[in-house]
Ligand binder design. Structure first.
Ligand code: GAR
Length: 207
């Protein structure tokens, strides 16, 4: 399968969806890397007999040196695809350029709305009637890369941040493996800065 490295910082429920939904003949998850030693996703990986590594950002003086070490660690696994699954770090331009076209992220909003943090709270405060998640190719612009696919959920009356976040996260677990499988089949590519399916550019908001 496609040699895949997954980067996490926390619970790893999206990592779990890759483990559960993609056969190793599709996505061969060769390593899970976390910047936090206490990320529960490391236990999920170990349970699935996937190699794990911890690279703490606290051990590095700045972003550039951390990202350099991270890239060397990633490259030691020779991945064809790098998946950001709740990896809560802003990446340097050099890192992003190195993996251009084979670096995917999922963000919990209907991009271009709500880049950055606290997306669910911001959607609630804005009175939005719908919210969701976006899988996108990673480019230098924070949460700004070309969209591949979006999931949509309703915002319900009296929703809490937690309830809305959980509703969105449930959709992520089918969305992200699906987008990854299209990449693995060679159907999804970044061409001239645009996300393309079977060679044709997707709409700005993706599928
Ligand atoms: C997911 O909801 C993902 O969209 C979000 O973090 C969560 C990770 O959950 N990512 C970001 O906010 C990226 N800026 P998980 O650890 O259970 O997969």
């Amino acid at each position: 399968g496609c040699r895949t490295v997954i980067l996490i910082s926390g619970s790893g429920s999206n990592l779990q969806s890759f483990i559960d939904r993609l056969h190793p003949d599709q996505a061969n998850i060769v390593a899970v890397i976390s910047n936090r030693a206490d990320a529960f996703g490391l236990q999920r990986a170990a349970r699935a007999d996937i190699a794990t590594a911890i690279l703490s950002h606290r051990d590095f003086p700045d972003r550039v040196s951390y990202d350099q070490a991270l890239a060397e660690l990633i490259d030691s696994y020779q991945p064809e695809l790098v998946i950001l699954a709740g990896f809560m770090r802003i990446l340097t331009p050099g890192f992003v350029a190195r993996y251009e076209g084979r670096l995917l992220n999922i963000h919990p909003s209907l991009l271009p709305k709500y880049t950055g943090l606290h997306t669910h709270q911001r959607a609630l405060e804005a009175g939005d009637s719908e919210h969701g998640a976006t899988v996108h190719f990673v480019t230098e612009e924070l949460d700004g890369g070309p969209a591949i696919m979006q999931s949509h959920v309703p915002v319900l009356p009296d929703d809490s941040v937690e309830a809305l976040a959980e509703r969105v996260r449930q959709t992520e677990h089918s969305l992200y493996p699906l987008a990854a499988s299209l990449y693995i089949k060679g159907r999804l590519r970044l061409i001239d800065g645009r996300a393309c399916l079977d060679g044709a550019p997707l709409a700005p908001s993706g599928l």
